[in-house]
Ligand binder design. Sequence first.
Ligand code: CUK
Ligand code: CUA
Length: 645
Amino acid sequence: EKAPEQPPETEAESPTGLTRRQFFGTTASSAVVGAGLAAGSWPLSSSPARAAEGKQDAHVAPGELDTYYGFWSAGQSGELRIMGVPSMRELLRIPVFNWDGATGWGITNESRKILYEGLTPAGKRRADKQGGVLRNGDTHHPHLSLTEGSYDGRYCFINDKANSRVARIRLDIMKTDKIVQIPNAQAVHGVRPQKHPKTGYLFCNCEFMIPQPNDGRDMDSPDKYQTVFAGVDSDTMEVKWQVLVDGNLDNTNCDYKGRYAFSTCYNSENAAHLAGMMRKDRDHVVVFDIPRIEEAVKKGRYKTIGDSDVPVVDGTKGSDLTMYIPVPKGPHGINTTPDGKYFVANGKLSPTVTVVEIDKLDAYFRGAMKNPREAVVAEPELGLGPLHTTYDGRGNAYTTLFIDSRIAKWNIQEAIEAFQGGDTNPIKQKLDVHYQPGHNNATLAETKDADGKWLVSLQKFSKDRFLNVGPLKPENDQLIDISGDKMRIVHDGPTFSEPHDCVMARADQVNPRKIWSRDDPWFDDIKAQAKADGISDLTKANKVVRDGNQVRVYMTSSAPNYHITELRVQEGDEVTVALTNVDNIEDLTHGFTLTNFDVAMEISPQQTSSVTFTADEPGVHWYYCQWFCHALHMEMRGRMIVEKA
Ligand code: CUK
Ligand code: CUA
């Protein structure tokens, strides 16, 4: 992003003698002070005098439950986080593309299979060089599966910009169960589940342009680089097709009818350096006609690229599969209104957002619209650095202004009237946020059920809002009451590196299990192995099976015991430990940590986890339960005795 313009750091630098802290004030109510000082950028419409603020209580008392589940991405931490809203309490971290010592993600056989099997051939070569998994990820966009425009509680999807992957998280067990790496791509950025009739496709924007195939050709001809838009089948997590486009894809969204997806595009110049990316004054939004793309694939109008067999259709300018709508330079977020009528492309480098009427797109694809700009119905100027927009379901939109450190609340209908020449000012309020907001999202605003209760604004900088923890500071996620006419900040929430985006679902729309079901397909592989070893029920098995130099240990645990406490193997054996927690009491999780072997895993109630390692050091090696489970938790351990070969 562009370097933000900052209010003065110190009194000495400040022409008014005010520091940033005084300048912005520490609460929403002192925003009025900021208004007087920030010359020219305060909205003209409303007087600062008391429009009614929402009066919702954000306090969730001890023992009380939140009313919304929040799903937060975690940027370069590579995980997904579950938050309670409105308390903003962090409830869980779900490892996705990262390693996690608490749950054994990246260590257990179950997770390593998920992390490996969906990689491209090049991804597998990379993983093979470093122990079988890729180690980092960069998650930006968590989105939940929908049925007919409402959350259906099945899945959360999330992208990995760093290694070009997308993942699916099962919401019944809150575990990642599928990961696919997108071929012909670098940096999968925007992702969006189809809203209608159900998800359906997961639409994926591949951001960076590369030679196609990227095998050493055309490296010095950036004008030949291309990127793709991908349709992933969310039931199988297979890439069904890709569409070659002009320009860099950024964020994506789709309609509520199942026909169109649309993506913002920056760098329509196809340049490889920043200066070149700024040459033109316009970029574009690409609209994808999904049924036509499917038809083209069916009719064989595609090619394949390199070692990938994914059908790739041509959606570059002039194609009948796509529509290019020119918009001001560098559009970023793209957000569909909950009524399904419009999408808003956020200007980023332009102070405007572009409102497109989705029903008008048909005319273009029918050939009845010459200039794609005819689909634009409003382009209000909101302030500096508009990045993302969300909605309250009452006709208002809320746009983050990155450079201004504000959120602009504006009315969509009034913006349309103003575009037609009316003299309405659609801007209702600008609220200072602290500081430099990226995404914002309101409760249920990504669905047709937007309820206009809470808005969360995710700030990239926290600066002075919290105790100083050194040069690396937390982000700041602010909770804003939008139930009244005026927005009101009610909570500051520090988060670590770096949630970009979040979505919120009503608590009743997500229904995770309390303990595992023994029928869960998660256990299929280890059950099959056990069966081959003569074990029909893992919850009853405490048995060591030797098969050449492979040793398989089937073990159960119940607080505070492992049911095998002495395990004898030979130096050089390849040992698999499959541990089943037979406790069926809610929250009674055990673990298995093998000291000095870099082995650890979680075993929640009724779960089986397995791990494979080589017993390469003769001697005594204690294993212990790392999840505090019982008064005798410290005593819950056993010995692996490795006899010299
Ligand atoms: S992007 Cu991060 S602030 Cu990756 Cu959704 Cu806009
Ligand atoms: Cu089992 Cu601690």
